[in-house]
Design a protein around this ligand. Structure first.
Ligand SMILES: Cc1ncc(COP(=O)(O)O)c(C=O)c1O
Length: 335
């Protein structure tokens, strides 16, 4: 990396030295998707395989939890509490972390898993988590507070891990991933000078971390498209902006994040969160059949549908390569 391009070297040093619990098998591979590329007559096309972050079947949540669950923050904690849907990847990784650290874990979910749980719901149980079911999504946060108060009243020390680990702190995991990725980009010899990243967006910690990292690295040659799994473009934008500001505040950086161009695609959501669309099924099929890459039904298949649409519309510019950030979630395929 050319150090003269770094916009805020002091903030980058703070990021690189930030305390974290190492969980990620880094760097995750940057794989060229040669067969998909030629099928779609696309520019150079790659996958950043964060499905292979390694811990507890991997995915993007592992990078965020390295920061959220850094040992100084969990010192003395007896219970981790978090929340998500019955197929939550974030709950899976949090429960696995608790198991490894010898902590109890309580997962608040807004729907019961079937009697014979499968996919992530099965793994939540395998990792020994206690499951608390609440009627609605909106009940999850208040219920986590109730659970925490009860644990504290019983003499325990609970820690609530915010949903999706999408906080300014959790986003630092993806600021660090941006640093990892630009080094891989700089080693590419494909004749392209700029990069377009396509990535799933929901609670937006992933996208926000990438923006913050690229901004302080001064990498305006890398642009991002966040493809929604559920929210509208306006919601994604405001959530991301707030998280980017938090992440840069933590790093004491005054870098201007608007230097990094980000667009959103909320047209792949279809009938809703976790409900397949014709395009997400096609994308799953293409990645599987042409590349041996497994997409999940809720996040990456819709992001990949956005990628395919972007490429078919000729969205990439002359000098651009395209990188799909594969954020994991494969257990959802077996739900
Ligand atoms: C597999 C997978 N991909 C993408 C996302 C979306 O990431 P974020 O919540 O940081 O926007 C999630 C979040 O739950 C996920 O589990």
């Amino acid at each position: 990396m050319n150090p003269t391009t770094i916009a805020d070297p002091a903030a980058l040093d703070r990021l690189l030295g930030w305390p974290r619990t190492p969980l990620v098998h880094a760097p995750t591979p940057l794989r060229r998707l040669t067969r998909l590329e030629s099928h779609l007559e696309a520019p150079p096309l790659y996958a950043k395989m964060d499905a292979e972050t390694g811990f507890a079947l991997g995915g993007n949540k592992v990078r965020k939890l390295e920061f959220e669950l850094e040992s100084g923050r969990i010192d003395g904690v007896t219970h981790l509490i978090t929340a998500g849907g019955p197929q939550s990847n974030h709950c899976r990784v949090t429960a696995a972390f608790a198991a490894r650290a010898g902590l109890r874990c309580v997962l608040v979910t807004n729907a019961p898993a079937p009697e014979a749980p499968s996919g992530n719901a099965l793994l939540h149980r395998l990792f020994g988590a206690e499951i608390v079911v609440v009627p609605e999504r909106e009940d999850r946060i208040p219920s986590m507070d109730v659970v925490a108060r009860k644990i504290a009243a019983d003499g325990g020390t609970p820690m609530i891990v915010p949903i999706g680990a999408s906080t300014g702190l959790g986003s630092l995991g993806y600021a660090l991933a941006a640093h990892e990725l630009v080094q891989q980009i700089d080693a590419l010899q494909d004749g392209r000078t700029r990069t377009r990243i396509v990535v799933s967006a929901s609670s937006c910690g992933t996208v926000a971390g990438l923006v913050a990292g690229l901004a302080l690295l001064g990498r305006t040659d890398v642009r991002i498209v966040g493809v929604s799994a559920d929210a509208t473009e306006a919601d994604l934008r405001s959530t991301t902006d707030a998280l980017v500001a938090d992440a840069l505040r933590l790093l004491e950086s005054t870098t201007d994040p608007t230097s990094i161009e980000i667009g959103y695609d909320d047209r792949q959501v279809g009938a809703g969160y976790g409900i397949a669309t014709t395009a997400s099924l096609e994308a799953t099929d293409l990645f599987g059949r042409l590349e041996g890459v497994v997409l999940d039904p809720t996040y990456t298949s819709k992001a990949a549908a956005g990628l395919v649409d972007f490429l078919r519309r000729g969205g990439a510019e002359e000098d651009e390569r395209v990188i799909f950030v594969h954020t994991g979630g494969a257990p959802g395929l077996f739900a």
